[in-house]
Every structure is written in structure tokens, then in C-alpha cells.
Write a protein that binds this ligand. Sequence first.
Ligand SMILES: C[S@@+](CC[C@H](N)C(=O)[O-])C[C@H]1O[C@@H](n2cnc3c(N)ncnc32)[C@H](O)[C@@H]1O
Length: 286
Amino acid sequence: MVPSYLKPEHDGLPMRDSQDYAKDKLTILKGYMARFTTAMKDKKWRTLNYIDLQAGPGKNEFSPSGDIMLGSPLLALTTRFPFHNVFLVEMGDAEFDALEKRALESGLGSRTHLFHKDCNVAVDNIVERIEQVDKEFLPGKWSSLNLAFLDPEGLEVEWKTVEKLASLNRMDLVVNFSTSGITRNAGMAARDEGDTVVDRFFGTREWRSVYERFRVDGASSVRRKLIDFYLGRLNDMGYVQTERQEKPFRNQRNVQVYTMIFASKHDLGIKFWNGAVKEVRQPPLL
Ligand SMILES: C[S@@+](CC[C@H](N)C(=O)[O-])C[C@H]1O[C@@H](n2cnc3c(N)ncnc32)[C@H](O)[C@@H]1O
């Protein structure tokens, strides 16, 4: 039997090595996409768009279980009610090749837009395309409704990229905030007078005073304050802060590696998120 590129099974192409704790991330995202595409499919949005800034190869193999799950781009290409456009960005060569082969099997060819680029560059083109669609006056039609997933390994998504996405009228964001990336980089960056990866991540040097103020209280305190600082910056762009906006993930040693942040400007988005988060086993929310 020919293995399917769109099923959670081995297919001869590379998969991303992931840890079991990351499964919930994909389950939540899948649940969010299902709610979003089902509830919105007959509404007057001119297009429903999904943007994946770090798509990966399309499948994940987990350790230690050996389980396989579709990655975020393939989840977006296999929703029951399809997105009108799925924009997939991946910078790695091997990951992109595997992603392309798998994505092309979805049958959503004309709706799938692949970018083998740095996400901080590709974002301009993606937003421009959506703006083009939105700028024409179409009687009885609303502007596009968009969902973006930011799933970096560290701090590679610059704030200007988040701002660019948020410049679109309706843009829900699911952001993996890499607390391990902050822990790894903040101390050295705070002592560096030049422009650092952390400055670009926050889009300002103001994080440095938060860091200096709270670092004496220990790593978890400074981490918390920097997450709050990031949430505050989202809030300044009109994103609503809610109690369940975050879902922290810890590794096998119980160290927090990232926290999944949801940001929407609308109640319905928040309702979808809360529903999707409830579906997974829940370590206590921060
Ligand atoms: C955590 S993985 C993404 C996993 C994927 N979202 C999933 O659900 O399976 C991060 C990916 O981002 C890619 N990447 C790293 N820096 C990037 C950048 N600046 N622009 C685009 N992709 C990048 C890496 O090659 C890697 O495949």
C-alpha cells in the first residue's frame, strides 16, 4: 500500500523530531482550526486564511512514544471545511522539500502558497496579498478573516513581523512564546549595548529594564514578567487579555519550555480557544 503524505504515518520523507509534551500544542491548534473553519464557513468573510510562519516538514515523530502526528501545515490543509488560502513559510531546505511534497498531495493546490524563506521577509508578501483581496469594495462581503500560527524554535520571529500580521483587520494569533529562548538569551543580551535578537523579538529595548528590575527575584519571576511585557505589547495593538490566554508547556524535567499564547480582538476567537484548550489534559494554567 502506498503511504499517504497526509496521514500520520511514515511516508519515507523526513519528519520533525518532537517530544511527547508537544502533542497538546498540535491538538489545541487542530481544535481551534476546526472551530474556526466550521463556525465561519458560511459567514460573509471574503476569504478565510491560515498563515504558518514556521511550517516545518509537515509531520512530527514524538519521543519517547514513537507516535506520529500531522504538523501544523498539514492540519491546516486537512480541515473538514477548508481555508480559502493556506500560506506556509519554512526556511530549512530539507524541511521545505518534505513540506512541499506533502502539501501538494492535499488537493488544495491553488489555495496553498509556499514560501521557502525567512518568515520575517515572507510576511510582507503574505500580508500584501491579503490586503489586495481586501481593498476592493465587495457589497455584502466583509474583509478577510485570518489565523496565524507562530511556532519558532527560539526568538526568531521579530516583533515587526507580529505587527505586520496585526496590521490586517481581522487577525487571530497563536504564538509559541519560547521561554527557553528567553532564558538562554536574555542575560547576555541585556549586557550587550548593540541591537540583539531579544531586542528584535520584543521590538523595543524596554524589556531590558523589566529584566534588570526582576532578575534578582530569580529566573521564573523574570520570565513571567517578560511574558507579561509581551502580552502588554499585544494588548497595545488591540488584542484582548483574557484569563486563559496562555497554555504553558513543560518538558520531562518539569522545566517550562514555551507558553502558547492566544491573541484575538474578538470574543468568538476567545471562545474557540477556550474550547480547544479544554480538550487537552490540563496542567494548571499560569
Ligand atoms: C518548531 S518547528 C515548526 C513545527 C511545525 N509548526 C509543526 O507543527 O510541526 C520550527 C521550524 O521553523 C523553521 N525556521 C526556523 N527559523 C525560521 C525562519 N526565520 N523563518 C521560517 N522558518 C524558520 C525551522 O526550520 C523549523 O522547521
